[in-house]
Ligand binder design. Structure first.
Ligand code: MG
Length: 454
């Protein structure tokens, strides 16, 4: 899967991802996934309308009628696909900067297309195999305005509204000028919260912050939490399938901590949770305490979703899955990441205790993340060889699901090649900050030596 990678097609708009390419994606999806009707939605990016028009045109040319949903969060497009049993194309670059755009493909069950289906779409693109319709068999398009309201109602109806509303919570919300700006303020008000916002106008220029909900983009949200004396801060990425939180003191909460406390609230014995090789020890501890299993996949939501599907088909119960980047799935609700629903479930945990206390349950770990860049294939090869040598000589237990992960019982370190940039990423986690740094430093030293020889 060269094109679709771990999270759909993405690139700089009008350079890597062009209208011509999107036209062909529309033709390929219409040909392979097919059906009489296909839905198209987009996030708030400046190029979203242009690419949506191209996808619509491609779909029409192979005979599909198109429901144009306009700007919506990805989970709202997925809900529409599921309810109408139509496939969908979402135009988004998720958390990437404003100049990026891309596509996510959704099946008629409302779930991201599985790997095998994506491969069929790729083959159609590679081989120009499009089922062009005769002129009088081309598709029609219509605007559908109901997607926003349907999504708000769905999320609000899926949460214990009386319980959340009774707690009289104040929510500070930062949708980051993305698609969540159209839905999340109303969702949390409907849940009975007082809502104060920052960056809450949909804006293709993302003037207040970049679409990625990382601490360096969220200083304003921390200040808003303190200024408004809010109980929690909530931030989304550009297409609002992720949620990141701040506690009542305006302190950033690690996404790993949120995932772990949510998992602790739903996991029962003999159940399974699925996360990536980057999963925190916090999640491993919570899983063990619950008597449940933790399965680790390669990085990326597509991999996690396909593992959940496999486990469910074996009859296993998987009540929660996801990664520490704020992308959480509750498969019994829907096998899709959903920022507003994840946030609503987190609010349920805040009814009795402040957020800082809730996440203190999974505290006590320190994480180090760093990257080592390479400038040529020879340097890349040298780095990969150095990881392999380091792993062989190490006393840690080796897992090669995605890169090299060494587990020392009390700590772990992972080195993996990035799928999108010429870098190797190093992740380390330990109870002591020094120990985490030591594990990452050892690898960095080995990499420096390898690059000096390359
Ligand atoms: Mg996203």
């Amino acid at each position: 899967m060269e094109l679709f990678g771990s999270s759909g097609i993405r690139g700089v708009a009008n350079e890597t991802v062009t209208p011509g390419f999107c036209l062909r994606v529309g033709m390929a999806v219409g040909t392979v996934v097919g059906g009489e009707r296909v839905a198209v939605g987009r996030d708030t990016r400046a190029t979203g309308d242009m690419f949506a028009n191209a996808v619509v045109s491609g779909l029409q040319s192979v005979g599909c009628d198109v429901d144009c949903l306009g700007v919506l969060p990805t989970p709202a497009v997925q809900l529409y696909a599921e309810r109408e049993t139509v496939p969908a194309v979402m135009i988004t670059a998720s958390h990437n900067p404003a100049e990026y755009n891309g596509t996510k493909l959704v099946g008629a069950d409302g779930i991201e297309l599985p790997v095998e289906e994506l491969e069929r779409v790729e083959t159609a693109l590679d081989e120009d195999e499009f089922a062009r319709a005769r002129w009088d068999g081309t598709g029609d398009e219509r605007r559908v305005e109901s997607g926003r309201e349907a999504y708000v109602e769905e999320v609000v109806g899926a949460v214990d509204r009386d319980r959340v509303g009774g707690a009289d919570l104040t929510v500070a919300l930062d949708p980051g000028h993305g698609a969540g700006a159209l839905t999340s303020p109303e969702i949390f008000r409907e849940l009975g919260c007082s809502v104060v916002t920052v960056n809450a106008q949909p804006d293709s220029q993302f003037p207040g912050r970049g679409p990625e909900p990382v601490p360096e983009n969220l200083a304003d949200l921390g200040r808003l939490v303190r200024a408004a004396d809010a109980d929690v801060g909530i931030a989304h990425d550009g297409d609002a399938d992720r949620a990141i939180f701040f506690d009542e003191r305006g302190e950033y909460i690690e996404g790993d901590a949120t995932l772990a406390v949510l998992a602790a609230s739903v996991l029962g014995s003999d159940e399974t949770t699925v996360s990536a090789v980057t999963a925190s020890q916090r999640l491993a501890d919570v899983t063990e305490r619950a008597g449940a299993d933790l399965e680790r996949t390669p990085v990326g939501s597509t991999r996690i979703i396909s593992r959940v599907r496999d486990l469910e088909s074996e009859g296993r119960s998987v009540p929660i899955a996801g990664e520490g980047n704020g992308g959480v799935l509750f498969p019994e609700y829907r096998l899709a990441r959903d920022g507003a629903y994840t946030a609503a479930r987190f609010l349920e945990l805040l009814v009795d205790r402040p957020a800082s206390e809730v996440v203190a349950d999974v505290g006590g770990y320190h994480n180090v993340r760093t990257t080592v860049g390479y400038g040529s294939d020879a340097e890349r090869e040298a780095l990969l060889a150095a990881i392999a040598r380091h792993a062989e000589a190490s006393a840690g237990e080796l897992d090669t699901t995605d890169g090299y992960r060494l587990d020392f019982g009390d700590a772990w370190v992972l080195a993996r090649e990035s799928g999108t940039e010429p870098v190797v990423r190093i992740y380390a986690e330990a109870r002591e900050t020094d120990r985490a740094h030591e594990l990452a430093d050892e690898l960095e030293t080995a990499f420096d030596a390898a690059l000096a020889d390359a």
